[in-house]
Design a protein around this ligand. Sequence first.
Ligand code: FE
Length: 181
Amino acid sequence: MSPIDHLAGLFAGEGVRSYLGEDVSLATHMLQAAMLAERSGAPDHLAAAALLHDVGHFAEVGRRRGDEHVDYQHEAAGADWLAQWFPLAVTEPVRLHVMAKRYLCTVEPGYFARLSPASVHTLALQGGVLTDPEARAFEQLAHAQSAIAVRRWDEAAKDPLLAPPPFEHFADALRRLLTSS
Ligand code: FE
């Protein structure tokens, strides 16, 4: 099976059934994030990162066991899994999207107040806000700005009234990004 068909299957199956304490399913959340990226004119690799940023929550990909008091590091699990098919421009924003939340809470007044309750809960498990030196170090990372962009779409992609396009809408762009199939 091609990686695109594999991903499509995850979105259509577990993605539709899974919720992470938000008002939308995991599939809708990721499709909304990609739609918002596309609407803001993001290049394909960033829209792909937005689309795939939470694949580490799929049972097949991550280590999720349903304990809400444990951080399963879905961002690293997702990035490592995606790396079998996609370049760093896609995988590293995925890997850093949790760090980007911790960063934005540090540097941007009011950011924390806009987080969903589920996101506030996981923030604590993920290590809380960054210290100033940690924030400066984060900014130096090669894919930090991409991760911050993905994070902003991530935060906005929890709207039960926003109907995203189907996975298929993004399939051609994903196919063009593949490093192997
Ligand atoms: Fe997310």
